[in-house]
Design a binder for this molecule. Structure first.
Ligand code: NAD
Ligand code: TYD
Length: 372
């Protein structure tokens, strides 16, 4: 197979960085260029493992800079653009939607314009190019407890400024295929978890708060359901879409792993209690983690005000991706969460550095959450 040259937007964020690691491990001869604006969610350290690889290049820049994107596509003769860059946190989209409109909609539009200009109008990689857009299951809206899971044909019904901005970008991507013949694919994935997950999202927030003996905030009644997938299984799904997916198509990626928020938080507490009980060295390393050391991490659970417009349930039906592309997640929830917990226990330097306190203060201002 011909070597590829990938432009990965948002490659310094959670999923983007995991994708870059995965790709470079499995496609050693491909060139990978990351374009990332290094917002609060982007971190150069997430790419340290590949930084010295001769086939890797990091470009600090904004996807809204169409001229920069065009010049990268030309200068590197990029044939594959994988678009992760986004504002991704629902809570932030509720209090400050502007950045979501700017990056998720205008930014995606900017990438599409650059790709059309270089790949279609100028004819560079006219046949072999691919624009892969990374989207979310949240564009499909919310489900009742007995509703069937989202398929690729479920009508879009986004409910938060985040999901609305992602839905708008999905539509633009689709339109650039139908109108201009851009070779696009889109994947809609469920909630991811794993290494490098910024600790404002539920799973890493719970892990790091347990280690700081801080409250574990549960929004509303905690019965909202999310469908969790280990991040490397998302990377594997995108790889299959790039290699075998039909141009112009959407593919759902998910692991059939629905959990109510309160149940997943209790499960993480149980696993952390067990880790502290079986490895006394953890209590020495994390002297603040008093509840976990006492085998009672769940005592930190604190119910707080619900998120505005909180979607009740997401669930992905990935049968099309399974059948057409042979997709199957490798990790069970048990193995994926065990790897994730180990990663956070071993990489406190990483999460301490990204948690400069500002986001916790921000959350408290918004929701009046207890921090202690
Ligand atoms: P993230 O917030 O961890 O990372 C986003 C990255 O994009 C950061 O590195 C940030 O610096 C970069 N970025 C933001 N604005 C930019 C701009 N204007 N120009 C260039 N770079 C910019 O997000 P994530 O959780 O890794 O999500 C990645 C993608 O996957 C997003 O498109 C998101 O919608 C989608 N997605 C996420 C999940 C999930 O569970 N996290 C699930 C499904 C889909
Ligand atoms: P989150 O990780 O923000 O992902 P998303 O909103 O994209 O699904 O939240 C996952 C679920 O956990 C969601 O239903 C909101 C809930 N949640 C809490 O109950 N407490 C928290 O502190 C956070 C961050 C999320």
């Amino acid at each position: 197979m011909k070597n590829k040259t990938l432009l990965v937007t948002g490659g310094a964020g959670f999923i983007g960085a995991n994708f870059v690691h995965y790709w470079m491990r499995n496609h050693a001869n491909d060139k990978v260029i990351v374009l990332d604006a290094l917002t609060y969610a982007g971190n150069r350290a997430n790419l340290d493992a590949v930084a010295d690889n001769a086939n890797f290049r990091f470009v600090h820049g904004d996807i809204c800079d169409t001229v920069l994107v065009e010049s990268l596509l030309r200068e590197e003769s990029v044939d594959t653009l994988v678009h992760f860059a986004a504002e991704s946190h629902v809570d932030r989209s509720i209090t400050g939607p502007d950045a979501f409109i700017e990056t998720n909609i205008i930014g995606t539009y900017s990438l599409l314009k650059a790709a059309k200009k270089v790949w279609i109008d100028e004819g560079l990689n006219k046949e072999g190019h691919r624009f892969h857009h990374v989207s979310t299951d949240e564009v499909y809206g919310t489900l009742g407890p007995k509703d069937p899971a989202f398929t690729e044909d479920t009508a879009y019904a986004p409910n938060s400024p985040y999901s609305a901005s992602k839905a708008a970008s999905d539509h633009l991507v689709r339109a650039y295929h139908h109108t201009y013949g851009l070779n696009i694919t889109t994947s809609n994935c469920s909630n991811n978890y794993g290494p490098y997950h910024f600790p404002e999202k539920l799973i890493p927030l719970v892990l790091t708060n347990i280690l700081h003996d801080k409250a574990l905030p549960i929004y509303g009644d905690g019965q909202q359901i999310r469908d969790w997938l280990y991040v490397e299984d998302h990377a594997r799904g995108i790889e299959l879409v790039l290699e075998k997916g039909q141009v112009g198509e959407n593919y759902n990626i998910g692991g059939h792993n629905e959990w109510a928020n309160i149940d997943i938080v209790n499960e993480i507490c149980r696993l952390m209690n067990k880790a502290f009980a079986t490895r006394p060295v953890l209590a020495e390393k994390y002297p603040e983690a008093k509840a976990a050391t006492a085998g009672k991490a769940e005592s930190l659970i604190t119910y707080v005000a619900d998120r505005a417009g909180h979607d009740r349930r997401y669930a992905i039906d990935a049968r099309k991706t399974n059948a057409e592309l042979g997709y199957k997640p490798y990790e069970s929830f048990e193995s994926g969460i065990a790897k994730t917990i180990e990663w956070y226990l071993s990489n406190d330097t990483w999460w301490k550095a990204v948690m400069d306190g500002s986001y916790l203060n921000w959350l408290t201002q918004q929701y009046g959450k207890p921090e202690e």
